[in-house]
Design a protein around this ligand. Structure first.
Ligand SMILES: [Zn+2]
Ligand SMILES: [Zn+2]
Ligand SMILES: [Zn+2]
Length: 253
């Protein structure tokens, strides 16, 4: 399994519009963070998790030539609003792109992008999507996808476990039953917004507490803000805990 981090930034992205702080003006490419998304490659298939507003730029930059399926974590704009760019894959797949999400997420997708689902649409290009409700673990390309429910303030979010890898973004509360589902990991990508507390995201201290309890072989923090200068913060993290960055590739057995 090959993981590519397409975007490691928070909802504003880094640099943030109108900010000239030292992180937003950093020349270190690891400080340039697009909105959160990853691709999981399994054999010859690519599963995209979330469609960020920078989806096109992310796929081009990372030479991702095809996407076979999409999983949604939740309905927030930074995770969904690049959905139009999926139309490119209709040609490659030769049919609709399978899109998996919780019922509320698929409902919001239909409500926000009605033109995608209006069959009388004329002119321009729209993606053709096949919506598939997630109601428990399912198989894709020989891999079991385990949805792991977590809380993001009062918003329910799905984390995903695929074998010994898990992607757990946008959360400040992992219920005990879900913690149970996240033991024995090789690689964990985990929401850790910033040093300061936040009402709907883990901060670094809370995310470190999760890694202490779950003990994955290695952990990468994601959904990072412009308060984190990569070169300065990463050396302060414990062994086997790192900061994700756009373009990071990880192999997981
Ligand atoms: Zn987010
Ligand atoms: Zn800034
Ligand atoms: Zn969110």
């Amino acid at each position: 399994m090959r993981i590519t981090v397409l975007g490691s930034g928070t909802s504003h992205g880094v640099p943030m519009i109108g900010c000239e702080c030292r992180v937003c003006t950093s020349s270190d490419p690891r400080d340039a963070r697009t909105r959160p998304s990853i691709v999981v490659g399994i054999g010859g298939h690519n599963i995209l998790i979330d469609t960020s507003p920078e989806l096109r730029l992310q796929l081009v930059a990372n030479h991702i030539l095809h996407i076979d399926s999409v999983l949604y974590t939740h309905e927030h704009a930074d995770h969904m609003h690049g959905v139009d760019d999926l139309r490119r894959f209709n040609e490659r797949i030769g049919g609709p792109v399978p899109v998996y999400g919780a019922p509320k997420v698929l409902h919001d997708l239909r409500e926000r992008f009605p033109y995608i689902f209006a069959h009388q649409f004329v002119g321009g290009g729209i993606p053709s999507l096949e919506l598939k409700v997630i109601d428990g673990p399912f198989e894709l390309y020989g891999q079991t996808i385990v949805p792991v429910p977590v809380w993001h303030g009062s918003t329910p979010v799905l984390a995903f476990r695929l074998g010994r890898f898990a992607y757990v973004t946008d959360t400040n509360n992992i219920p005990e039953e879900s913690m149970e589902m996240l033991h024995g990991l090789d690689t964990l990508i985990l929401d850790a917004l910033r040093l300061e507390p936040h009402p709907t995201h883990f901060n670094f201290a809370q995310a470190l507490e999760i890694t202490r309890r779950l003990r994955p072989r290695r952990t990468y923090f994601t959904h990072l803000t412009h308060t984190t200068l990569h070169a300065e913060v990463e050396p302060t993290l414990p062994e086997n805990v790192y900061l994700a960055y756009d373009g990071l590739r990880l192999e997981v057995d």
